[in-house]
Design a protein around this ligand. Structure first.
Ligand SMILES: [Mn+2]
Length: 416
């Protein structure tokens, strides 16, 4: 499976090129303390290896493609302090790369020199292009490892062309294979256990963070962590899209919105549910909830391969506009912006807001969130219902269908 991903990647790059992927390093936190290491997602996608300071090189000649892995040798002293890393054999097996192509990372620069040298071009011929993921969020973010490495390459080998492979990877990663869907289902299943526990412990007067702690307890038991900052937002707090204080007391009679997820081998879940703190919806809460739920279900059916995300978004907005009119919230279409101010969904995968070509039609095999919401600040009501959907010809698969969302099911569960 992993080597198939690499061959698909290699098909998309030009001949006579090298592609470099860095697993990355844990960033320094303070003194000799580091932040937890999180593997570069493109590197992980193409190797299945979750370890610092490893580099994958894919060399593409006119009629051959070869993968090389550069990894730290086992250091017996380091092994005593931090535990041993992967052996060359283990790395070769995990990444499905020939053992003779797994090398000591200290030899990487020499290897690159041999590949790019103008005088020693026996193996792959004249390589004139180097691909890396030269991603940049904005000018304030420090330079990534590929950007720094690219600057050095340009200095040493000015005749080499640097190219970013960001969009190649983004498009490959959009279409999920079986292994990936399996991991996402696992993450969603843990999230379900967490949401059930949330309903078990949700009570008026408790603090939002106390209920969040019940979710974290489930994640700890499953040895995983949130895939993004958990939102536990009661009453009016739920109308703030990225509310993450989770510090308020849950008022009697209020609704509580939980937008949360977790990882399974780096694959994310992203689910939102909204529950009544008392265990029962009021008439008004139920009316708004049913409106959002109806849009959630219709959008899940509407989503199809070949459609653009814009068409999908527009459909959701249109339905929510109709709903808001029926609820007496608005009269004109343009007023919907007051009660619904985000998009209907995004790609999901190794990143929560996963990479993908958001301008191109949605391919079969993409996983997309469906998350309509209505936010009525003046009534202290914020409702969002989010599922994770695999887009398929002949009918989508709702990966989160087991997480209850019907009013009657939620009320029955919370009563017991
Ligand atoms: Mn989402």
């Amino acid at each position: 499976m992993i080597d198939l991903r690499r061959s698909r990647y290699a098909e998309a790059v030009q001949d006579q090129s090298l592609s470099l992927f860095f697993s990355g390093h844990a960033p320094l936190r303070t003194a000799d303390e580091f932040y937890p290491f999180t593997v570069n997602r493109n590197f992980y996608y193409l190797t299945g290896i979750d370890q610092e300071h490893v580099v994958l090189v894919i060399a593409k000649g006119a009629n051959q493609v070869k993968s090389f892995l550069f990894i730290e040798k086992i250091d017996p002293v380091k092994a005593l302090w931090d535990g041993a890393g992967l052996t060359f054999e283990e790395a070769a097996q995990q990444a499905n790369i020939d053992i003779e192509n797994v090398r000591d990372i200290d030899t990487l620069d020499t290897f690159i020199a041999q590949m790019l040298s103008t005088t020693r071009r026996a193996l792959f011929g004249a390589i004139d292009t180097v691909y890396m993921d030269l991603e940049r969020l904005n000018e304030k973010v420090p330079a990534t490892e590929p950007i720094r490495y690219g600057t050095t390459l340009k200095e040493l080998y000015p005749y080499v062309q640097l190219k970013t492979n960001q969009m190649i990877l983004a498009e490959l990663r959009t279409v999920k294979d079986e292994t990936e869907i399996h991991e996402m289902k696992k993450a969603i299943a843990i999230t379900k256990v967490g949401l059930d526990r949330i309903m078990d412990h949700l009570k008026e007067g408790r603090y939002e963070f106390q209920v969040e702690a019940e979710y974290n307890y489930v994640l700890n038991l499953h040895r995983t962590s949130p895939s993004f900052g958990t939102i536990a937002a009661s009453g009016k707090n739920a109308t703030i899209l990225h509310y993450r204080d989770n510090a308020s007391a849950i008022e009697p009679g209020s609704l509580v919105l939980f937008d949360l997820g977790c990882f399974s081998n780096h694959y994310c879940s992203d689910i939102t549910r909204t529950y009544p703190a008392s265990g029962t919806f009021t008439k008004r809460q139920k009316d708004v909830y049913e409106t959002v739920l109806d849009v959630n279900k219709k959008a899940i059916d509407y989503l199809k391969p070949g459609m653009t995300l814009k068409e999908y978004n527009d459909y959701g907005k249109m339905l929510l506009t109709e709903g808001a009119k029926k609820l007496g919230l608005i009269k004109e279409d343009a007023e919907i912006i007051k009660y619904y101010y985000h998009s209907l969904g995004h790609f999901l995968g190794l990143d929560v807001h996963d990479v993908g070509n958001y301008a191109k039609p949605i391919p079969e095999g993409a996983v997309i969130t469906v998350e309509p919401g209505l936010y009525i600040a003046e009534e202290g009501i914020g409702i969002r219902i989010e599922d994770d959907i695999m887009v398929k010809v002949g009918g989508n698969i709702n990966l989160s269908k087991d997480i209850i969302k019907e009013v009657k099911d939620i009320e029955a569960y919370m009563k017991k």
